[in-house]
Design a protein around this ligand. Structure first.
Ligand SMILES: *Cc1c(COP(=O)(O)O)cnc(C)c1O
Length: 351
């Protein structure tokens, strides 16, 4: 069958998600999922009917949460579908390019590759900020520039002044896509206020992380109405299943938002615990992180990753040498990881 597939597809290797890599154990800190599993009511009385393409109640609720107008919101099957829609709507296969700045999230590249759209990369600087002169020198044929902040997997925020400079630099030429999948952990760092100043800005959001709904598959693209209208041309007719809209609306209700806020506070406190606990181990460097994960540098990252794996503690390896990404779990999970790392180095240092 492989031979019948498009050439582009034959050459593809699928995204190695944490879920695909697998593992066995009881501490799962590899996919930046929330440790909280909240309860929802399900209404199965309308499943014979198609959902609305963009359920108004859901759009209104997210617009109110994000501080934008409903016409500036598009709901999709996770933020990942938002990435795909942007590529499909704005990039001519074989002609246009996307640009992104590694190390960063893997799906920008995969979505472009799937649709035969060229990829340009401009690595982040040594302190994981935008290399603006190098981006400017590489903008030819670029339609989308993806910037992730807090960046996955490094955890840092991208400087706001640099984002503004990038928006100016790309005016009328390209769209800057800010991936704010983790912004709910540091809402003050959002670029949403820049939508009123820049037509070429799109912002990706998700319920998968701070809202603890990774399995629901619900994300949003925020942009000015004319950009949203373009995406509505390429989106599937029923992208938001009825139960998804139902549950997402409960998550975005007054009580749902209060619960999410409380859980974010708790996770941010756990992150601080993990940060300090791991930093106290000699030879371990923890980078400052603003999402629900930390990038941690070990004397031998691969050995630590494998030893944790064997103990049923599943972490995420990273493309950065000796660095492992650790999701912020429950306090109990964070304590287990800190204890494990402490023991691991106590043992290897005396062995
Ligand atoms: C998790 C994640 C996403 C995808 O979110 P979904 O809504 O689950 O598709 C997008 N961008 C980044 C940086 C992520 O870490």
């Amino acid at each position: 069958m492989e031979k019948l597939a498009r050439k582009q597809v034959q050459q593809l290797t699928p995204y190695l998600s944490a879920r695909r890599i697998g593992g066995t154990g009881d501490v799962w800190l590899n996919a930046n999922e929330s440790p909280f599993n909240n309860e929802y009511k399900a209404d199965f009385t309308r499943l014979n009917r198609y959902s609305e393409c963009q359920p108004p109640q859901l759009i209104d609720a997210y617009a109110a949460y994000a501080g934008v107008q409903p016409e500036q919101v598009l709901a999709s099957r996770g933020a990942d579908e938002g990435i795909e829609l942007l590529v499909r709507a704005f990039c001519e296969p074989g002609l246009d390019s996307i640009l992104y700045c590694p190390p960063t999230y893997g799906m920008y590249s995969i979505s472009a590759e799937t649709f035969g759209v060229e990829r340009k990369t401009v690595p982040l600087t040594a302190d994981w900020q935008l290399d603006l002169p190098a981006i400017e020198a590489n903008l030819d044929k670029v339609k989308l520039v993806f910037v992730c902040s807090p960046n996955n997997p490094t955890g840092n925020l991208v400087k706001r002044d640099d984002i503004i400079q990038l928006l100016e630099m790309t005016k009328e030429r390209a769209i800057v896509v800010m991936d704010e999948a983790y912004i709910d952990f540091c809402p003050e760092a959002s670029c949403v206020d820049l939508l009123s100043r820049y037509d070429n800005l799109a912002i990706l959001r998700t319920l998968s992380k701070a809202f603890a709904l990774a399995g629901l598959r619900c994300g949003f693209t925020l942009a000015n109405a004319s950009l949203i209208d373009v995406l509505l041309k390429v989106i599937a007719p029923y992208p938001v299943p009825v139960p998804v809209a139902d549950i997402a609306c409960q998550a975005l209700s007054e009580s749902g938002l209060a619960r999410a806020k409380y859980q974010v506070l708790e996770l941010n406190a756990n992150r601080a615990y993990l940060q300090v606990g791991l930093s106290m181990v000699a030879g371990v460097q923890v980078f400052e992180g603003w999402g629900n994960y930390l990038l941690v540098k070990f004397p031998d990252g691969d050995a630590l990753f494998k030893a944790a794996w064997d103990q049923g503690m599943i972490l995420r390896n990273s493309p950065i040498e000796n660095c492992v990404r650790i999701s912020v779990g429950s306090r109990d999970e964070c304590e287990k990881i800190v204890g494990f790392v402490r023991n691991f180095y106590a043992y290897t240092q005396t062995a």
